[in-house]
Design a protein around this ligand. Structure first.
Ligand code: PGA
Ligand code: ZN
Length: 425
């Protein structure tokens, strides 16, 4: 059972404070988890509690949230069986008492929830992915990695309008092979940029930030990089996008492609995305429109949902109610799964289950601010998500997850889930 919960403030991959939690069990064993943080966040995410004391980390400190773990949460969980994940997550939610977890803070609550889960795996002597699969009632599988190659948006000083251009190793039959294919594309992309005199600066998730003025220029670079790697665009490697359109939307509901110097209506943005799907091997589009543009999403999915995966990130914020609304409107066919948008492990597993029931493909995702915690890898495997988005093959906060997937791939009883987007499932 749980002897002690301890929270502390550590720093994430952007050097900003975040919460880490230690769970001490009564037999002396300990488990630890830390919490990520987004930059292109959705309005309906669970609340990230920050101190707001401008003398400390420009107001971004999380000392109050960390203290809440060591005090209120410690008192509430003391003596509980650590394997009571569902009850503990319910208790944490009730203890906070607000739907968005604003009082204690979703960063404190998620840290506690994940550390408890890891301690549960330790206590039952199982790998974390098996323990998560047991909690979720799912069959473990290694996901196909969907990997940032070129990035812009708020992850790269708005050097490009579209946030991410990602590579999908569609023909891979094992996780190590998929990783190698991506490494080849990533290296070739840097070579192509260098050869063209473009910058190879790194964005927040380790992608390259060449600062293309238009989406077409970036897509051309993606195709060139895949070819330069000796791979076939559209066969070996496909392209996924995260437009993060919430960062483009104007007060009038139009979309300002500022770098390009063009403002488009919702319908014009859908038409633009359709042209890209016609001309390039684009198979997945995340947040093509703003989180409030429900009718635009329904149009987008009506036009493209049979051909590509239409993924809601800021649209759904890993929230069961928003997913329900999206399903009833036919707004998408896939959902990004981010633990800290939801706030607890159990809540996140519930959303994965609801997504599957609706025929939506779940894609497990990291945040642009991450720590060395590799929980995400075990989560994606445990629920058999099929797809994971971690960031580029750079920066140890990203590699911690990729390397954990490499370790899990040594378990011959865990199959690899080859690329199978929502559009064809
Ligand atoms: P974020 O970026 O963590 O800054 O939200 C990731 C994404 O948009 O998918
Ligand atoms: Zn996104």
């Amino acid at each position: 059972s749980i002897a002690k919960m301890h929270g502390r403030q550590i720093l994430d991959s952007r050097g900003r404070p975040t919460v880490e939690v230690d769970v001490h069990l009564d037999d002396g064993r300990m488990a630890r988890a830390s919490v990520p943080s987004g930059a292109s966040t959705g309005t309906y995410e669970a609340h990230e509690r920050r101190d707001g004391d401008h003398s400390q980390y420009a107001g971004l400190g999380v000392r109050q949230a960390a203290r809440a773990v060591s005090t209120e949460i410690d008192t509430a969980l003391h003596g509980r069986p650590v394997t009571d994940q569902q009850e503990i997550d319910t208790l944490l939610r009730d203890l906070d008492g607000s739907p968005a977890l604003t009082r204690i803070g979703a960063n404190a609550i998620l840290g506690a929830s994940l550390a408890v889960c890891r301690a549960g795996a330790v206590a039952t002597g199982q790998p974390l992915y098996r323990y998560i699969a047991e909690l979720a009632g799912t069959t473990p599988a290694l996901p196909t990695p969907v990997v940032n190659i070129l990035s812009g948006g708020v992850h790269a000083g708005r050097g490009m309008d579209v946030q991410d251009f990602l590579a999908v190793p569609a023909a891979s039959t094992s996780f190590p092979d998929a990783l190698h294919i991506i490494a080849r594309v990533r290296a070739a992309a840097a070579d192509v940029l260098t050869a063209r005199g473009l910058p190879t600066l790194l964005a927040d998730e380790g992608g390259l930030s060449p600062g293309c003025a238009t989406g077409e220029e970036a897509l051309d670079l993606m195709v060139a990089a895949i070819e330069a790697a000796g791979l076939r665009p559209g066969r070996d490697v496909l392209i996924a996008l995260d437009v993060a359109a919430h960062t483009l939307v104007t007060p009038d509901g139009d979309y300002a492609f500022a770098r390009e110097g063009v403002t488009r209506s919702s319908a014009e943005t859908v038409a633009l995305l359709e042209r890209w799907v016609d001309r390039y091997p684009v198979v997945s589009i995340e947040d093509g429109l703003d989180e409030e543009d429900w009718s635009g999403w329904t149009t987008l999915t009506g036009h493209l949902g049979g051909r590509v995966q239409v993924v809601g990130d800021d649209l759904f914020t890993t929230n069961a109610e928003r997913l329900r609304k999206g399903v009833s409107l036919g707004a998408a066919n896939s959902i990004l799964i981010k633990l800290n948008q939801n706030g607890t492990l159990t809540g996140t597993l519930d959303v994965v289950r609801a997504a599957r029931a609706a025929g939506y493909a779940p894609m497990v995702s990291a945040r642009s601010g991450e720590t060395e915690d590799d929980f995400l890898a075990d989560l994606a495997v445990g629920v058999g998500a099929g797809q994971i988005k971690i960031g580029s093959l750079r920066c140890s906060d990203r590699l911690a997850k990729y390397n954990q997937l490499v370790r899990i791939a040594e378990d011959d009883s865990v199959p690899f889930a080859p690329w199978s987007p929502a559009s064809t499932s």
